[in-house]
Design a protein around this ligand. Structure first.
Ligand code: C2E
Ligand code: MG
Ligand code: MG
Ligand code: MG
Length: 277
């Protein structure tokens, strides 16, 4: 047993080193890129903003999702570098598409660093971008480590027009303190809670209560991981503001196509994954 424990440890170590190496090289060679997934108004299906989800292209062409490399990246101390890379990439997209609204996922590393904020503000100013078009998705656990600092940075950036969303709400140790004290515009309910919606009873009541609680604090609710029409219907009946998930549009390499003005916007039939641009 001791031996197998040590073997496990050394495998974990090898894996960390592997991903650290791979990511450093990927950042240098710009092999990291985004998939895009629309976040739409529950009642109309209109795209409100689009989330950028990080992807890594391996030399054999395989596309790797963050679940595979983020834990190692974190352990290797690459969070900050990744945050910077992601923001840079997002700014590039926004300056080529000034009418788009884009959300990116950032870690606690960026939020706890005032140099990062300054660089961001400077870049947005220099490129004459609208901060309103940029939404930062932060997870609860990310904020927890240094709440005061994070609060201050969120407030500063919000006052300049940037927007924030709390991601994966309900997945960790949800703190109601965040709802009250963080100036975020959106709260995204975690997929695990959304999946439970197809059960009757307690689970439904629980999610309904969370939704009204978020509304009490004046934030908009986003339902994540909407995989089928039944869940979409339940969420809409529960007054969720925005929805995101495979039922509405899968993450894709191309920007989701925007519906035209006179198009039927029933989200049940409108498939945002089809790129018609
Ligand atoms: P997240 O921000 O909560 O993003 C939602 C995840 O759920 C994405 O996984 C998305 O592909 C997936 N998803 C969307 N709709 C559905 C659905 O209907 N059903 C199911 N089962 N899944 C759905 P992905 O792209 O693998 O990303 C995983 C996580 O990695 C993200 O969760 C986010 O926390 C993190 N991440 C993604 N991009 C970045 C990034 O650029 N920087 C950092 N630091 N983290 C990132
Ligand atoms: Mg997110
Ligand atoms: Mg999430
Ligand atoms: Mg997540």
């Amino acid at each position: 047993r001791v031996f197998s424990y040590e073997l496990q440890q050394s495998q974990a170590l090898t894996e960390n080193v592997y991903w650290k190496d791979t990511l450093l090289r990927a950042m240098e060679n710009e092999q990291l890129f985004f998939y895009f997934q629309p976040i739409v108004a529950a009642k109309t299906g209109q795209i409100v903003y689009t989330e950028a989800l990080l992807r890594l292209k391996m030399s054999d062409g395989r596309i790797v999702t963050p679940g595979e490399f983020l834990p190692s990246a974190e352990r290797a101390g690459l969070n900050y570098a990744l945050d910077c890379y992601v923001v840079k990439a997002a700014l590039k997209i926004l300056s080529a598409n000034p009418d788009k609204k884009l959300s990116i996922n950032i870690s606690t590393a960026a939020l706890n660093d005032s140099g990062w904020t300054e660089a961001l503000i400077e870049a947005v100013h220099q490129q004459r971008l609208s901060p309103e078009h940029m939404i930062f998705e932060i997870t609860e656990t990310a904020v927890i480590s240094d709440m005061e600092k994070a609060k201050q940075i969120v407030e500063e950036l919000t006052s300049l027009g940037f927007r924030f969303a709390v991601d994966d709400f309900g997945a960790g140790f949800s703190s109601l303190y965040y709802l009250k004290h963080l100036s975020v515009e959106y709260v995204k309910i975690d997929q695990s809670l959304i999946k439970d919606l197809i059960n009757d009873g307690e689970d439904k009541d629980f999610v309904r209560a969370i939704i009204s609680m978020i509304h009490v604090y004046g934030k908009k609710v986003v339902g994540e991981g909407v995989e089928n029409a039944a869940i979409l219907e339940i969420l809409t009946s529960m007054d969720v503001d925005l929805v995101q998930g495979f039922q509405i549009g899968r993450p894709a390499e191309h920007w989701p196509a925007a519906p035209t003005d006179n198009e039927d916007l029933n989200p049940k039939t409108f498939n945002h994954s089809i790129d018609r641009l």
